[in-house]
Design a protein around this ligand. Sequence first.
Ligand code: ME8
Length: 550
Amino acid sequence: STSRSSQEKPYYITTPIFYVNAAPHVGHLYTMVLTDILKRWQVLRGKKAILCTGTDEHGMKIQRAAAQAKTPPKEFCDLTAETFKTLAKRAELSNDHFVRTTDEDHKEAVQYFWHMLKEREYIYESKHEGWYCVSDETYYPESAIEKRLDPFTGRTFMASQETGKEVEWTSEANYHFRLSAFQDRLLDFYKANPNFVVPVSRMNDVVRWVSEGLEDLSISRPVERLTWGIRVPDDENQTIYVWLDALINYITKAGYPWAPGQEHALGWPADVQVIGKDIVRFHCIYWPAFLLALDIEPPKQILTHAHWTLGHQKMAKSTGNVVNPFFAIDRFGIDAMRYYLAHDGGISDDSDYGNQFIVERYKKGLQGGLGNLVSRITRPKIWNVQDAVNAARSESLTKIDSSIEKQIIMLEALPAKVSAKMEELNPGAALQIIMDAVYETNKFLQNSQPWTLANAIKAGNFDPEVAAQMKAKIDSTVYHCAEATRMVGILLQPYMPGKAAQLLDMLGVDESKRTFTHVRLRDDYEYGLPKTPVGRDAWDGLFPPLPVDT
Ligand code: ME8
């Protein structure tokens, strides 16, 4: 119907679905936070947005982990899936869906997808030989393999050059997907969508890999090797390859299989799919190829981010070189963690994790920067924000000196600058701009010295006209700091939902005026009086001292 087709497609954003072979770490939290910031940004812009996350529960890797834990696989998955759900909650991830690949609707979507690939003759049966890596759940070509020595046991083994993970020689009959037939279509697709992969350096890698040629992809395993998975339709002896199964999760909750033309209603194609740089091939080559095979639109963009390292080694479940995200959240609070991860986390380059960095960012950005600004504006008894806002409304702030002018120019440029970085899918760079506004405002306040003027008025016997001018200067200074605080408070909501709301409450900004359209100088003349009186506890509670310094 016309009303349906004219309906705007909701913004749709996803995280990878995480393997349940081990507990989550800070790397997973980072992906969640980055994705959530991008979603909340769209909501701030007034869009309907859907965020999809979940767990990847099938495959050799999980089958072995469950066997090792001597637990039936489903029971084993239930436990860790629950931990990822808890992490999503504690991360304040605003996910609309949590997909588990063991869910019935997902299994149906995968089997239907397979059936369609088969019907279109993209699947054929043949013998497959090669080096399979269970940890990475992928085959590696001979050229990507090397011999390694385990320094502890002295054992030599064959491993992936890229990840160092052990590979095993396998020789079996299974089904293949005609990936090699997609080289030209993929290259055309990349050409038409040069921002498909972000950042551009990884887009270039992908184009290079595809240009070098594609081999057909093995997409099933014999049941005697892999039982823990979705069965191939019409073949009881084969189990579907975990990556085909997993990638389809992204359309499961978008309602696949959908009636023609209905995919838009629930969000597909995804606007952005966020992943770590470790799974670029699967998402930027295999995934669009699978979709193109069925004439389904590929996602619009894949944001690939860099890794967190610990002692400059990749944080990874399989090596145990990890930081427990629950401990970190307990210790620093979720908003401080989200701030730190967004601030220091890399898109192109890896970042090394350290408690001392969290403490540093917290002290400089949140306590010294933002907290200090709010308290310096709202706390003094010698002026109040509401008076300053009223004065601004009645246009009596005429005495603009050059430092106020500079502050105005900075604030007028702020929303567009932040938007531009968000559109480039770089929340870290946008955060930097927001925080620079905080630091600039603090400097402006420091240089303007409104407290000196206020004390002079109080102490001196000024001519009423002069005193009025002095008062006008105070109001103007306070107003332009309050505006900065209000605008920054609105912009920080996607990053620190809790603290930003607390800050806007302290400033008395009405809840209906906290969206992006209000991030405009002189947009709101109705704030300044907090709804509930702000006591000492509120200021102290906004960014309290951290329990322990490291
Ligand atoms: O790969 N730094 O799941 P996974 C930053 N199930 N991010 C990191 C990270 C680190 N050190 N380590 C992991 C899988 N991540 C598949 C995905 S999707 C259809 C299937 C994040 O549990 C990053 O987003 O190994 C990475 O891509 C993801 O966790 C891998 O999680």
